[in-house]
Ligand binder design. Structure first.
Ligand SMILES: [Fe+2]
Length: 303
C-alpha cells in the first residue's frame, strides 16, 4: 500500500524543477520523474534489485567505446528506438518508411562511384541493388547521397572485426541526373546483435533470441528533404517476424532475386550466380529542423 510519504517524495522531486529551465527539458524531466517513481512503486523494487540496476547501467556504459554503442543496443532491444522512430515519422505521405539506425553506423564511409562495388573483393554472394531516389511529388533527386553499410556473409560488421584494413562493406555514393543509384555488393545475412555484453545477458534472461533478419542499411539524404534512415530486408529470411530490435516494416521487405545467367551478370559487372534487388526511395520535403535531427541521431553513433 502506498503511503503519503512516497507520494510526497515524488512531488518534492518534481517541485525542485526550476521554473527557469527550458520548458521542453522541464516537461521531459517532470514526466521522467513521475514515471520512474511510478515504476519503482509498481514493482516494489527491492534494494538488491536497485543495486543490480545500477550495476547493469554501469556495465552498459563501460561496454561503450569508439566502436561499440551498448546504449543504442539497449534502446533497440527494448523497442524504444522503434517507438521514437514511429512518433517522429507519423503520417502516410508515400515517403519511404524508416527504421532503426542501429549501433554500427560509422561516419566517413569511402565514397564510390554510382555503380561501384562496396564489397571490394569481400567474400560472399554477388548482389546488385538499384533504384531511384525521388521526392514525394515524384521529382527525381539528382545528387542525393546514399550512405550504405552492412555485415559480411558471416554476419559481422567491420567494426566488430580486427584487421579489416579500414572501413569495409560501407560506402557513400550519389544518384545520377535521373536520381538513379546502382551498387554492387554481397548478399547480407542474418546476424545476432552483440551478446558479449550486458544486453546479451538481458536478452537471455528474457528468453529472447538475439537475431536480426538479413538487411542492408541505408541513410538517404538530399537538400531540402528529410533524411531517411532505413534498411532493406531480404524477403524469406526466417527472422523477419522476430527481429531482436523490432525494426521490420512490410514496405521494407524486398525480393533479392537469384539469377544464374552469365550474360545478365556480365552486364552488371558481376559473376553468376548473383542476386539483384530494386528499390526506390521517396523523401518528403523537410523543415531545416527535421533534416538536422536525422543527422544528429547519426552523430550519436560511434564514429
Ligand atoms: Fe544491421
Amino acid at each position: 500500500m502506498q503511503d503519503d510519504a512516497e507520494t510526497r517524495l515524488t512531488e518534492a522531486v518534481i517541485a525542485r524543477l526550476s521554473d527557469k529551465t527550458d520548458p521542453r527539458f522541464r516537461r521531459i524531466m517532470h514526466s521522467l520523474i513521475r514515471h520512474l517513481h511510478g515504476f519503482v512503486r509498481e514493482v516494489e523494487l527491492t534494494e538488491e534489485e536497485w543495486f543490480e540496476a545500477i550495476k547493469f547501467l554501469t556495465a552498459t556504459g563501460q561496454k561503450c567505446d569508439a566502436k561499440r554503442q551498448e546504449f543504442i543496443l539497449l534502446s533497440d532491444v527494448l523497442g524504444v528506438s522503434m517507438l521514437v522512430d514511429a512518433i517522429n515519422h507519423r503520417g502516410a505521405d508515400g515517403s519511404t518508411e524508416t527504421t532503426v539506425l542501429g549501433p554500427f553506423f560509422v561516419h566517413g564511409a569511402p565514397e564510390i562511384e554510382n555503380g561501384g562495388d562496396m564489397a571490394a573483393g569481400w567474400k560472399g554472394e554477388p548482389t546488385y541493388v538499384s533504384g531511384q531516389v525521388r521526392s514525394t511529388e515524384g521529382r527525381p533527386l539528382a545528387g542525393a547521397l546514399l550512405d550504405l553499410w552492412q555485415s559480411n556473409s558471416e554476419g559481422w560488421y567491420d567494426v566488430q572485426l580486427a584487421d579489416t584494413g579500414g572501413k569495409r562493406l560501407r560506402a557513400r555514393l550519389r544518384t545520377d541526373a535521373d536520381g538513379c543509384y546502382r551498387v554492387r555488393t554481397i548478399l547480407p545475412t542474418a546476424y545476432p546483435v552483440p551478446t558479449d555484453g550486458p544486453m546479451g545477458q538481458v536478452l537471455h534472461r528474457m528468453g529472447r533470441h538475439p537475431m536480426r533478419p538479413a538487411h542492408l542499411h541505408f541513410m538517404v539524404s538530399a537538400p531540402g528533404h528529410e533524411t531517411v534512415v532505413t534498411h532493406l530486408f531480404v524477403r524469406g529470411d526466417p527472422y523477419l517476424q522476430s527481429d531482436a530490435v523490432f525494426g521490420v516494416k512490410d514496405s521494407l521487405v524486398v525480393d533479392f532475386r537469384r539469377s544464374e545467367s552469365e550474360d545478365e551478370a556480365q552486364k552488371l559487372g558481376l559473376k553468376a550466380p548473383f542476386y539483384s534487388a530494386a528499390y526506390d526511395f521517396v523523401l518528403r520535403p523537410a523543415t531545416g529542423a527535421k533534416q538536422r535531427s536525422a543527422r544528429s541521431a547519426a552523430d550519436t553513433a560511434p564514429g
